[in-house]
Structure formats: C-alpha cells, structure tokens
Write a protein that binds this ligand. Sequence first.
Ligand code: DUC
Ligand code: ZN
Ligand code: ZN
Ligand code: ZN
Length: 469
Amino acid sequence: TLYDLVIRNADVVTASERFACDIGVKDGSIVALGRDLAAGDREIDATGLLALPGGVDAHCHLDQPLPDGLKMADDFFTGTRAAVCGGTTTVIPFAAQEKGQSLQAAVDDYHRRAEGRAVADYAFHLIVSDPTPEVLERELPELIAAGYTSFKIYMTYDDLKLSDREILEVMDVARRHRALVMVHAENSDCIAWLTDKLTDEGHHAPKYHAVSRPAVAEREATHRAIAFSELVDVPILIVHVSGKDAIEQIEWAQRRGLNIYAETCPQYLYLTAEDLGGEDGYHGAKCVCSPPPRDTDSQKAVWNALKRGVFSVFSSDHAPFSYDDPQGKKPGGEEVSFEHIPNGIPGLETRLSLLFDGVNRGKLSLNKFVELTALNPAKLYGLYPRKGTIAIGADADIVLWDPERQVTIRNAALHHNVDYTPYENRTVHGWPMHCLSRGELLVENGRYLEPKVGRGRFLAAGKPQLLDL
Ligand code: DUC
Ligand code: ZN
Ligand code: ZN
Ligand code: ZN
C-alpha cells in the first residue's frame, strides 16, 4: 500500500499555519498531506484533536555522572519515556566534558549511555569545561563537523566554569566553525560571596539557595555574555533565563541588532522563590534549581517575553533528582545546607502541557507554542526540516492533542524515575493523547505502549539555522 499509516481528519498546526487534512506516513516519514488519502495499513481518526509536530526538548540532563555520590534519577530510557508521554519526540541532552577529560571521551561515554536505552530520538549538546588548546584547535572543530554543533559553557560552578578569557576562546571556535554556544549566565563570585555570608550567619534552609543567587548575579553575567558575543561577533543563546532583569539585558542586545537568542523553562512561569520554603522544613529542596525561580512580576515578564519573541526556545531543563534519596535532594540521606542541594528539577513530561495551558489562557498563540517547543529548537540545533514541523519529507513525529482535556498533574501518573514533581496537583488544560515517533505509535490515549527500549536514534546535527529576531 501507499501508506503504512493514515491519520484522518487532522487539525494540523505548525509554527505558521493551521489546516485540516489527512496525513499519510510511509517508512517513518510524512509522505502526503491532503484530503481523502487512500487507505493506509493502519488508520488513526484524529477528529477533534490537534496534530502538532512532536516536541523538541533542547535542554535536558540525562544520566550525567556527578561528583559526591550524587546520581541523576533518569537515564536515557526513563527520561525519554517521560518525554514521549509528554508529547516530546526529540531530546537534546548534554555530553559533559569533565576537567582533564577529552571531549571525544565524553561523547563516547554518553553514546554508551544512550545506545540501547533511548525511546525518543536524540542529539547531543557538548558541555565544554576544559578548553585546552587540543580541545579548541582539534576536538571541537572535528566534533562540530561530526554532528555536535552546539555546546554549553558555564559562568558558574567550580568544576564547570570558564574564565572570561576561556569563554572568548570557545566563542571564537564557534564563530569560525558556525556552531552555537549556549551560556549558563550567573556570576560565580557573587554567588560564592553571598553563600559564605549566609552560611556564616547560620542560614541553611533551601530558601537561601534563591537568596544566594539573586537576579542581579544573573543579570550581570547575562550582560557580560552579550558583550563577549558582540566582541567575538558570534551568535549565542542564553539558557534558562529566569526573569525580568535578564530579559531586559537580552532585549537591549536584540534591539542593537545582536544575535542573542534566549531560552526559558516552565519553572520560571509557574514557580517562585517562595516555593523554596521558609526558615523551617526541607521540602523546598524540591524546587531548588539554578537560576532559581523569582517572583510573580518575573513570571509575568517571562510570559510576556515568550509572546513577543524575545525567547526563541522553551525547554524543560529537566535535571532529575529524587527527593527522598541519598543520591538526590538529601545527599547521604541528610537534610543538607542549601549550597549542597543538587540543583535541578524534573520537567520533561510536563513541559508541553504547562505551556499549552497558557495557550488556553490567551498567553500565547498555538502557532507560537509550536515555534517555541518544536520548530525553533530544531532549526537552531540543526535538526530541521527532519524535526520540528509537519511537512512532506519530515519524520512522522506527530502528537495528537486534546486541547480541552483537563488533567491534574500527579507524580504517580508520570513516567520519569523521580519521586516528585514540582507541579503536583496543578491542573492544566490540554493534554497530548497520542504520540508518534517516525510513524510508530508510542503513546495511545495517554497510555505508554512500551515500544522497544533503544528504538530512539542518534541524530547528527547540522549547522545551526539562525532565526530572525
Ligand atoms: N544548570 C542547568 O542547566 N541545569 C541544572 C542546573 C544548572 O545549573
Ligand atoms: Zn545551566
Ligand atoms: Zn540544564
Ligand atoms: Zn552549615
């Protein structure tokens, strides 16, 4: 037959269009969009549902080895299982270089972690923590050519951060080889100084995590990264932007015509510093992530900046640590001082529905939703047009959404391996009902169908496709 699968009566939404049609799938690709397509070997009736491109989550951490006996709760299997159940069919986690390690050794290590485990397709960003001459002159150029066209650098964390000089060197490699640098922008010395002051004064509760990482420390580093981007003349992307101070810097740069892209995440729309708790109690550790969530004014600024196009990408920053876990939020089984709580929260499965809820509340359009969650990350990270849209020739990564369905988020119903969600008991409108990856139905009516573990494929990324700002 002409089609392995036909999705009937789809209400297709891309970043720029909305149209009613049938979708014909053959050998994992979309081969036809039209009315009254011939019968397929298999048919799905999508009446009443929206057909959206599978989500691309361009920022998540899976199975990253960590010091001090910590361990991420999700590996490539449980993480990508959660992803597809939430409507995300492509993930771009990190292959992190440890200091002293070659980049290639890091890449090989992460391929071993992903291979035979992932159920969604995946590419990798590199994390460059040790930019030796060998890394800058040979490894990075070779890896860029081999399909690793984006890398994250850190301005904070002792085991990851680069000096200003090193940042300039890495950015210059990106300029020469047309790669995209992602920047974690927080001022390391401000945080260290504040942390020492707070702990000297006897402040240890999780809430002080947010006090030790104020918006001004993020604002300063954001501005500095922007200045370096201008100096080197290379586009960059600021990851996990938390609120209005950093947004102001980014808009200032964009108005000057600089190619400063930005990403934000669900926690900055739905959480505030208050979720880190008060003077007593430890449950706030569940919302410890960096940068920390801010206040309701910043939440509004983030929604507004999403709508206005200041942000190009909406990612989860899934960094999974279980709460009641000596390898997670209670290191060694203890309720530790804030500076020892592992940074990060889970979000792969809830990313899309949390943003979709905003569509239903008029915070952004459906087309913008698709642009932020699928099209733009696919373009910026070199996966378009195979990923990120519904078009002839694209992979048949399609999510059928029920835009009206109300779901109250409960961790017990999620598919990650984390023992909590920061969004417990929150009700969202709109839910991904069916999820297809390369034409294979992985989730049906919200039920995970247990596809072959390891079916997910590595995607060698092409060069970033820059967006108009
Ligand atoms: N940065 C991330 O990107 N994720 C988790 C914590 C952090 O600092
Ligand atoms: Zn970061
Ligand atoms: Zn992250
Ligand atoms: Zn102490």
